[in-house]
Design a protein around this ligand. Structure first.
Ligand code: ADP
Ligand code: MG
Length: 325
């Protein structure tokens, strides 16, 4: 059985040349480069809410960091440092000696890919819970905010929406997908690609941005509320996989597209004059960027169907404290 300190040293202590002081003291020390601001955010993953208890630990380590990187992407920040607070059940540490190895490998694979250093954290025993704090840097005054949307801005989406929610519906046995279908959409749920590079490149092109963690309607709704604007989006323009399209006759699939969480794509607004530059950026980064609607004056979000009729929708984004039936 390893002690708290064995766990830290064995699995998490790594050199952190980008910090003044990394793991090992009461606090880490970092220097904010000149003329930059630090973007700081934290996200918790709770067993039974954000992941299944039997999830592959490598995947869990990856995704725990991915959702945090996605917040940096949404701000246009370059992620630099992270802190990892782990609450581990005693029997997991005792019985499954490979769990921490695999979890840390999944975490560091993504951290290394983005040159993010682990500079601290906390290790306690209790029900499995992972809390990561991420710190990034962004040129002073340049961060992308939810509040920047302007009248007549285009509304853009990166990648495709809905596959993660489709996979989750399958895992929860609300629908049954064929094995080849689940193989197509499960990666979106387990190993989303945070749009870190895209977020940084949108500075100077986009007026506002958010990452889609709770569903398009809810998250675009946050941009509208923060910017005091309204919007109209077109259902037929929302990018989705051929697989999801196949199910779009069912309200479940419409829900996945409009309100399914866990996509970790970016939704951003930009002036029409930037259409050409944004298309060029999509080609350069090989990330599909799709226009789905437009910002208008007033309040509220309207979704139009392929015939141009306003859709009546009951879908809402994920809210941890909303009553469920
Ligand atoms: P303290 O008791 O002063 O809070 P700890 O004993 O909890 O310090 O942690 C010792 C060092 O190990 C600190 O630098 C802390 O940031 C780091 N640390 C603890 N747990 C983790 C973890 N899971 N991942 C990375 N660093 C960790
Ligand atoms: Mg201390």
């Amino acid at each position: 059985m390893c002690s708290e300190f064995d766990i830290i040293h064995r699995y998490f202590k790594r050199p952190a040349p980008g910090a003044v002081l990394g793991i090992g003291d009461d606090a880490a020390l970092i220097t904010a480069p000149d003329k930059t601001e630090l973007a700081i955010s934290t996200d918790t993953l709770v067993c039974g809410i954000h992941f299944f208890a039997d999830v592959d630990p490598n995947t869990l380590g990856y995704k725990s960091l991915a959702v945090n990187l996605s917040d940096m992407a949404a701000m246009g920040a370059k992620p630099r440092w992270s802190l990892l607070s782990l609450t581990l059940p005693e029997d997991l540490v005792k019985q499954n000696t490979t769990w921490l190895t695999e979890f840390s490998q999944g975490f560091f694979a993504l951290a290394d890919a983005h040159h993010v250093e682990l500079i601290g954290g906390d290790t306690t025993s209790g029900p499995l819970n992972i809390c990561i704090q991420i710190i990034g840097e962004v040129a002073a005054g340049k961060a992308l905010r939810r509040s920047g949307a302007e009248l007549d801005d285009d509304i853009w989406i990166s990648g495709q929406l809905g596959n993660a929610a489709l996979a989750l519906n399958h895992e929860l046995r609300r629908i049954t997908l064929e094995p080849d279908e689940i193989a197509q959409c499960l990666p979106a749920l387990l190993t989303p690609s945070p749009r870190v590079k895209l977020g940084q490149r949108l500075i100077g092109l986009a007026h506002s941005a958010i990452d889609l963690s709770d569903g398009l309607m809810a998250d675009l709704g946050h941009i509208l509320a923060a910017s005091d604007k309204a919007a109209c989006i077109h259902m037929a323009d929302i990018p989705c996989s051929p697989l999801l399209k196949k199910y779009l006759q069912q309200s479940m699939a419409i829900d996945c597209l409009l309100a399914g969480g866990d996509d970790y794509e970016l939704c951003f607004t930009a002036p029409k004059i930037n259409r050409g530059k944004i298309a060029a950026l999509a080609a350069e980064l090989a990330i599909p960027l799709t226009r789905i609607g437009e910002i208008s004056a007033g309040q509220g979000l309207i979704v139009k169907d392929a015939q141009g009729n306003t859709m009546t929708l009951e879908t809402q984004g994920y809210d941890h404290f909303r009553a469920r039936d």
